[in-house]
Design a protein around this ligand. Structure first.
Ligand code: NDP
Length: 259
């Protein structure tokens, strides 16, 4: 007997950044389904509130929507305070908020480079720093970072060196954080998805619809996944089911990086 109860998160509190839509929204709902109360973070107040309300209605847990830009340290601190005021503790942090920008390296503006690194990497650091303090002062916890298969392989045909640099950084950050915070009973792991059908992908395809065929031709599963396909893995990483795992990155890419 493995005891499926080890996947339950009843009474725990999870923060999910970028949870107003797409992958973050699906991960927040999966954590809620496992019993966790969820703080939905995004820059759009209305979208975040709508997602939080829908997740509460669907799962019966308590949710909170907080408007915060993960690149703004004072907004991140306020978001952590609001979560603690509402739920009393932070057990799980999912650093999911992220953006993608395409441009050839020799034409990419410094502004674009900084925008992506600020969101995808500095945002992960800021949320980890402030939510992590609460975990250290509490009973430990779990940090789950959104990397990408782009941390491990070159993507084609889009040109996006800064996205790859940011996600490679997330994998490395996760490994080092796991080492530094193991003594506080905090685990840190990452997810590295392949192509997941979200608005981010729709925006990329709007720039160049031919890319889809190139992507699908590399995938063993020959289709993009819906965001819900990542829900089981985030519950695994957030729960006791993965209690002996830290510093790792799980690739879920329909077989894209296999060959
Ligand atoms: P979407 O663009 O669909 O959603 C992004 C979410 O992040 C939105 O909720 C957005 O809300 C929020 N967000 C963006 N910037 C910030 C910010 N500065 N502060 C707070 N929230 C922010 O993206 P996906 O769901 O596709 O991607 C989610 C994550 O998964 C990203 O890290 C992405 O890199 C990663 N990923 C995605 C893959 C895919 O194929 N879709 C593949 C691999 C990884 P708002 O604009 O209101 O702030």
């Amino acid at each position: 007997m493995i005891g499926l109860d080890q996947f339950r998160l009843d009474g725990e509190t999870a923060i999910v950044t970028g949870a107003s839509r797409g992958i973050g929204r699906a991960l927040a709902e999966a954590l809620a389904e496992a019993g966790a109360n969820v703080c939905v973070v995004s820059r759009s107040e209305a979208d975040g509130q709508r997602a939080a309300d829908e997740i509460a209605d669907a799962t019966g847990v308590e949710t909170l929507a907080v408007r915060a830009d993960v690149t703004d340290e004072s907004a991140v601190e306020a978001m952590v305070e609001a979560t603690l005021d509402t739920f009393g503790a932070i057990d799980v942090l999912v650093n999911n908020a992220g953006i993608a920008r395409t441009a050839p390296a020799h034409e990419m503006s410094l502004e674009t480079w900084n925008e992506v690194l600020r969101t995808n990497l500095t945002g992960v650091f800021l949320c980890t720093k402030h939510a992590g303090r609460a975990m250290i002062e509490g009973d430990g916890g779990n940090v789950i970072n959104m990397a990408s298969m782009s941390a491990f392989v070159a993507n084609y045909p889009q040109e996006e060196v800064v996205y790859h640099a940011s996600k490679g950084g997330v994998v490395s950050f996760t490994r080092q954080l796991a080492s530094e915070w193991a003594g506080y009973d905090i685990r840190a792991n990452a997810l590295a998805p392949g192509y997941i059908r979200t608005e981010m992908i729709d925006e990329l395809l709007a720039e160049n619809p031919d890319m889809e065929e190139a992507w699908l031709s590399e995938m063993l599963m020959e289709e993009m996944a819906p965001p819900e396909d990542l829900g089981g893995t985030v519950v695994y990483l957030a729960s006791e089911a993965s209690s002996y795992m830290t510093g790792e990155t799980i690739v879920i890419d329909g077989g894209y990086t296999v060959r």
